[in-house]
Ligand binder design. Structure first.
Ligand SMILES: [Zn+2]
Length: 119
């Protein structure tokens, strides 16, 4: 019955410490228009056999969004993405990009992901 939250220090490039069969959904379909997300070069979902290709920084197929463009957390993740060659560009989120999830809601939910990239 433990529900421990993993605080801070989320690293998107190591997203996926375990395979998660049920994709997580942010509570409520909040409208994140006007928030910010990070567009990246396309990269495939790390879950085996999953056809999803992300063009944004995502978690469990949801576009991660931050309320402030200069959120240090956003900038940190953009830097990480840059380091692994994903060519990140911070951009205003539009609903047309696909379903979104607040980064902080995602983190509070325990950072659920779709799958693991195994080494
Ligand atoms: Zn997937």
């Amino acid at each position: 019955m433990e529900s421990e939250l993993r605080p801070g220090a989320a690293v998107l490039s190591d997203v996926g410490l375990e395979t998660d069969e049920d994709l997580w959904v942010d509570d409520g379909s909040e409208d994140h228009g006007g928030w910010y997300c990070v567009r990246t070069d396309p990269f495939p979902c790390p879950a085996e056999g999953c056809p999803f290709v992300a063009e944004f920084m995502t978690a469990a197929h949801l576009v991660l969004v931050w309320e402030e463009r200069d959120d240090p957390n956003l900038l940190w993740h953009a830097q990480r993405a840059k380091e692994v060659g994903r060519n990140p560009r911070v951009t205003g989120y539009e609903p047309a990009f696909g379903p979104s999830a607040s980064y902080y809601a995602w983190e509070a939910a325990g950072r659920p992901v779709h799958g693991v990239k195994r080494k």
